[in-house]
Design a protein around this ligand. Sequence first.
Ligand code: ACO
Length: 317
Amino acid sequence: MNVGITALATHLPEKRITNEDLSRTLDTSDEWIYTRTGIKQRFLAAEHESTSTLAIQATAKLAPEALSGVDLVIVATATPDAYFPSVAALVQDHFKLQAAAFDLSAACAGWAYALNVAAAQIQAGTSKKALVIGAETLSRITNWEDRTTAVLFGDGAGVAVLEEVPEPYGFKSFVWGTDGSGGKHLHSGATAKTLPSGEALHPYIVQNGREVFKFATRVIPEAILTATRKAGLNVEDLDRIVPHQANARIIEAAADRLKLDLGKFVVSLQEHANNSSATIPLALDYARRNNLLKKGDIIALAGFGGGLTWASAVLVW
Ligand code: ACO
């Protein structure tokens, strides 16, 4: 059975913060942020908003028929409203869906992980139609006095509807992986004071940017290459690559390693920064709005993040 994406919607909060805005409160500049990352602005949730309200607002933008028959809701998030109930349960209740619902934690690779899980459930016959949501309020776990992380992240949400699609459309392959030994390079604490390896956990994001950069420039091209081969294709067959939007230099390095034209890579981080699990749906939506995707295109998605985790999927759009 072929499973594909039949609808997509996204939502960004209204509050827009530019690099210039940040440079008024932090020892940073638009020049530093833009040349080192490619980011120009980010959107942050207002006090009354949360990960679930962003997820619900994105889902509400889907046509009513897209929601009809949904029997599975997976929300990839690193910033759930609560330990429980899950954000997915809040979405299920809001739309009164007859659905199983749960959150999935794989940081910025979370949405690509969730696509893999949902597609497998549909192929196994456990579910027929799934909402796969990536939603984050990273602003709530950002140390706004730490210029090394505060400039990188934004809030937002995106949702895809997954169900059976005819040949030749839909997902052709998935790959995913984890290297927990790298967890110390990117973390944000919750109930424990330290990681098992002893590093202190804080309630906000702590990152070794250089280590994450090295990891990302290695796993992104590897994951795309493996997923493409698994789909029986060559990387040259890809029409579009939609990578996680953390740093434009990571995307450039991936294009270089894969010997692919950078123009095939969707770059949208200038508009919304890094939204962790919401980033790839936001980048897909950006590509769609800017006529960078057409029906039948062969696309590779690729995410990486805290864990450390990575995932890639190849699909015919
Ligand atoms: N403004 C001005 N100067 C800054 C800023 C800032 N916002 N941040 C750091 N600097 C300074 C540093 O203090 C350092 O100064 P020093 O040389 O005097 O010590 C200098 O700039 C260079 O710092 P580096 O950390 O070496 O800068 P680098 O070029 O590595 O860029 C960055 C940092 C952007 C974080 C990069 O390493 C990166 O993008 N890494 C990957 C991050 C990533 O992908 N994170 C997403 C993970 S996904 C998830 O799961 C959340």
